[in-house]
Design a protein around this ligand. Sequence first.
Ligand code: SF4
Length: 177
Amino acid sequence: MRKLLFQSLFRLPLTEPAPLPDDAALRELATAVGDVARRRLGRSLSIREVDAGSCNGCELEIHALSNAYYDVERFGLRFVASPRHADVLMVTGPVTKNMREALLRTYDATPNPKWVVAVGDCARDGGCFAGSYAVVGGVSEVIPVDLHISGCPPAPLAMLRGLLALLEHVDSATVAP
Ligand code: SF4
């Protein structure tokens, strides 16, 4: 025991060093998403995350967008608690039969114009859960999807790239007040 305590006093931490906070790619992407949102919508982009049955791997990456490193709120992207305040629904997971109705209600409760982003391989076509008796399938089996972001799970930067592509292709006529 004494040996262990002694060793722990001098052993270096096993964790990897944190990435630098001024990551250029992150800053560039997140700023671009925030700017395009303000140009197209006239305000910040509000996102509601919906877990339709995922393993939570995709949620971990989505939550990372709000952590101290990514902190996308400083660029004008907000995660909101209600679909009534959302512009974008980010949906993860294969849609389970138990979540089908909840996903439909969430979609109906989101005001127009709205966009749906299916995040992760499971959201595309059921992924590794496809064919399960408990699963309906990909998100597009239940609601219309505007963009798929592949990956298992996709990295936060891939999600920002997807949001940017989505906003850049949004027809400005569809967001006119
Ligand atoms: S895509 Fe991968 S991480 Fe995301 S819900 Fe499916 S299995 Fe989990």
